[in-house]
Design a protein around this ligand. Structure first.
Ligand SMILES: Cc1cc2nc3c(=O)[nH]c(=O)nc-3n(C[C@H](O)[C@H](O)[C@H](O)COP(=O)(O)OP(=O)(O)OC[C@H]3O[C@@H](n4cnc5c(N)ncnc54)[C@H](O)[C@@H]3O)c2cc1C
Length: 290
């Protein structure tokens, strides 16, 4: 492994300055569960890793009436061990509690998962269906990017030289909001999704009609996919309308553009997307009602 300097800045501005100075030769370190594995495999030729966990803003969780803001280096366990967050952001918790195992979850977070931009990453689709926004800081200041626009290809994202992810912001869910995420893997844990789906719904006050919906697909394209046609099949329909839920499943499968590889075929993955979409929409509705 190429030797590199370890830098632990105390502010976002200091971190941006180091990243800007080194360009491709420096990378942010959150939990390190992707970065260090990749560095050891020789993917990078780093001069410096820049530790995000010494920056207070990046390890902070703020949850108030305006919504939730999760620092980019907050580890998964701090999310799912918080009962209030778990109740309000169930889709995110589904992902945070299945990334790796307990050891991985005690270091890794949804910020690192998003920045790594793997098509099969478990938290990106839940972030999307919870209407997450990425707060990015860089040499030119701060900007915000909708989570569905953040990934640009396998392992690639919208961040430019010197930029880092500060936090993820989520609007406060209404009392009739529900979300869910599930992946298909051949083993029960510690595996990469063959296909996965996150869904969210917001129901009317009487909890009978779907007012808003989102469906996002993982591991079935070069980036996570926001399946708009699947959501359109649900909006305005009764939450008990089986035909609408089936139509959402069919639309989601049509939006998937998987490849065949050692983990699954195109046909299997599209079938999984249809099944998982129906299942996740029903689970999101059930959670919204309860
Ligand atoms: C044993 C094992 C099991 C795993 N299981 C799963 C799994 O089930 N599901 C899954 O999705 N993943 C899994 N992973 C992959 C990994 O754990 C996750 O992607 C994790 O969420 C990464 O978070 P991290 O904080 O460790 O990121 P890091 O490794 O620190 O960073 C990941 C990437 O993002 C960049 N980065 C980090 N923070 C920032 C920032 N603030 N701004 C800009 N760029 C940043 C880094 O430079 C790096 O390129 C597993 C990994 C291991 C080793």
């Amino acid at each position: 492994m190429h030797p590199f300097a370890y830098v632990a800045p105390k502010t976002v501005e200091e971190a941006v300055a180091v990243l800007d100075k080194h360009g491709d030769k420096a990378r942010p370190l959150a939990g390190g569960t992707d970065l260090l594995v990749q560095a050891r495999a020789g993917r990078f030729n780093l001069d410096a890793v820049v530790d995000m966990k010494s920056i207070p803003e990046l390890v902070a969780i703020k949850n108030d009436a305006s919504g939730l803001e999760v620092g980019a280096a907050v580890p998964c366990y701090q999310l799912y061990e918080n009962a209030k967050l778990s109740a309000e952001f169930p889709g995110i918790m589904d992902a945070a509690s299945l990334i790796g195992g307990i050891q991985v979850q005690s270091r890794a977070g949804i910020g690192g998962n998003l920045c790594n931009a793997t098509p099969s990453a478990d938290s990106i689709c839940p972030i999307i269906v919870h209407y997450g926004t990425a707060v990015i800081a860089g040499p030119k200041g701060r900007r915000e990017v909708a989570s569905e626009d953040f990934c640009t290809g396998p392992g690639r994202n919208v961040m430019e030289k010197g930029e880092l992810l500060v936090s993820l912001k989520f609007p406060k869910p209404s009392a009739t909001f529900g979300a869910a995420y599930e992946r298909f893997i051949p083993r029960n844990e510690m595996d990469i999704a063959v296909a996965a789906v996150a869904a969210s719904v917001e129901l009317s006050e009487d909890k009978k009609t779907i007012k808003k919906a989102r469906v996002a697909l993982s591991a079935v394209g070069p980036t996570p996919i926001l399946a708009k046609a699947a959501a359109d099949a649900l909006v305005g329909k009764s939450a008990d309308d089986e035909a609408a839920i089936s139509a959402a499943g069919v639309a989601a499968a049509a939006a998937a553009s998987p490849i065949s590889d050692m983990r699954g075929t195109v046909e299997q993955r599209k079938h999984l997307v249809e099944v998982l979409t129906k299942r996740m929409v029903k689970k999101a509705i059930e959670r919204a009602r309860n």
